[in-house]
Design a protein around this ligand. Structure first.
Ligand code: HAM
Length: 418
């Protein structure tokens, strides 16, 4: 017996019905706000992800050599790919460019509930506009996508990574040291951060003020405790945009660091408290990757939603009713009505009615059982006597009622049952 690799999942039809329902709801929201879908490959050159993703992600990469001796990695996230794609093919497209994507990502993590080695992200990026309303549009899309799946209990925490990063930058630390320090803060590892501060002789008062900023959490009034800065003005305007766009459940949290290393300004995380330890269902912010990939400086902001976590969180609030069903299941009663039955299947499908039929040449009772199991709304029974008169028996599976119907009018009758 083969077993699935650790941290991966199979999705049975019932589960897929729920996943497809949720993905469709999220897609509809993105499309209705002018975002356009794109898709990228599942593997890339390793370097795309090691350049700026930060130590947290690099440690977890699925990387290997291909048969041409190239270093390849399965994607741990999709933002770096979107930026690669933008630089090579989309840089001249009208701005702002509003893109979204959905697909599997891979991280070699310790699997547990809500944390997988293969997981699915739904994400979006806005390229080419640097106003507070651009960041607000990204956060508004993330929260509306969650709401479209019916999730009600979530909190959006908003920070500005430029403040903490700016302090380390102001101490003339090189980029890899800044990434290391930020990584310890992201992991909440104060012991490692303080050894890092000592090893790099960082002034105690600067470390002290970083720790104070990390604890600034709450409504916009927490910004009163922050000295005058461009970040403060930006955050005030941004928070106002969010409220005007009707985004609810927002609070400031200036301690947000994010696991990825490319963020520069506003950052945000969304938690669904029902999930416990793995409660973060989305994360994002504004970032800088395009110049690193050879493109001209351009403002970029976006987010990714952990699709699997959204489904778990939503189902903890209430079950998703996404039943598999089909409009009609057609059953020939004998060899002589089989051809008529196939003709009926073709005609129904031609009318846009979903139709399946008996492939196994079974008895009527077995077929009725099977029809119930696949969620058939109606069963078309093609009997010898009726078909000789150009008719069939139509069974309404919800009520159990049966009636004789002319073959020409089956499609109308079934449409009436919908
Ligand atoms: P991230 O925070 O690394 O950001 O991932 C986004 C979301 O993916 C997380 O909030 C979480 O819900 C989900 N996720 C991450 N790892 C796992 C896992 N092992 N199992 C299940 N779910 C997981 C990014 O990936 C950025 N690219 C987001 C972004 C887009 N920033 C700007 N644009």
């Amino acid at each position: 017996m083969f077993q699935r690799p650790r941290g991966t999942r199979d999705f049975a039809p019932d589960e897929m019905a729920k996943r497809q329902w949720a993905a469709a709801a999220m897609r509809d929201v993105a499309v209705s706000r002018g975002f356009k879908e794109i898709q990228m490959p599942i593997f890339e050159d390793l370097e795309l992800f090691t350049k700026k993703s930060g130590p947290g992600v690099v440690e977890e990469l699925y990387a290997f050599k291909d048969k041409g001796d190239r270093d390849i990695a399965l994607r741990p996230e999709m933002t770096a790919q979107v930026m690669r794609f933008y630089v090579s093919d989309m840089a001249s497209m009208p701005k702002p460019l509003k893109l979204f994507y959905f697909g599997p990502c891979f991280r070699y993590e310790n699997p547990q509930s809500g944390r997988y080695r293969e997981f699915f992200q739904f994400g979006a990026e806005i390229i080419g506009s640097n106003t507070p309303e651009t960041d607000a549009e990204a956060v508004a899309l993330a929260s509306s996508m969650l709401e479209a799946t019916g999730l009600g209990n979530y909190v959006i925490r908003i920070g500005y990574i430029g403040i903490l990063r700016g302090i380390l930058k102001g101490l003339n630390l090189p980029d890899d040291k800044i990434a290391e320090g930020m990584h310890y803060l992201d992991k909440n590892d104060e012991a490692k951060f303080s050894s890092f501060a000592q090893a790099n002789r960082l002034p105690v008062d600067r470390i002290q003020s970083m720790m104070e900023i990390r604890n600034m959490k709450g409504g916009v009034d927490v910004l009163d405790r922050l000295g005058e800065s461009s970040a403060k003005g930006y955050l005030l305007e941004f928070m106002e945009c969010l409220s005007l766009l009707g985004v609810r459940n927002c609070q400031l949290d200036l301690g947000i660091v994010r696991g990825l290393d490319y963020y520069t300004g506003m950052v945000f995380e969304i938690d669904a408290p029902a999930l416990g330890a793995e409660k973060q269902v989305a994360g994002g912010g504004s970032y800088d990757l395009v110049p690193l990939f050879g493109g001209e400086q351009v403002f970029t902001t976006g987010f990714a939603i952990g699709f699997d976590r959204i489904l778990i969180a939503r189902e903890r609030e209430s079950p998703i009713e996404a039943k598999l069903c089909i409009d009609a299941y057609v059953v020939p009663m004998s060899d002589s009505t089989r051809k008529t039955a196939l003709g009926i299947v073709k005609a129904l499908r031609g009318r846009g009615i979903s139709a399946d039929f008996d492939l196994m040449r079974r008895s009527l009772s077995k077929n009725l059982k099977y029809a119930a199991s696949i969620g058939a709304r109606s069963v078309v029974i093609v009997g010898d006597k009726e078909s000789a008169k150009g008719a069939v028996t139509l069974r309404n599976m919800a009520s159990g009622d049966q009636k004789e119907v002319k073959i020409d009018s089956i499609a109308d009758e079934i449409s009436g049952l919908k």
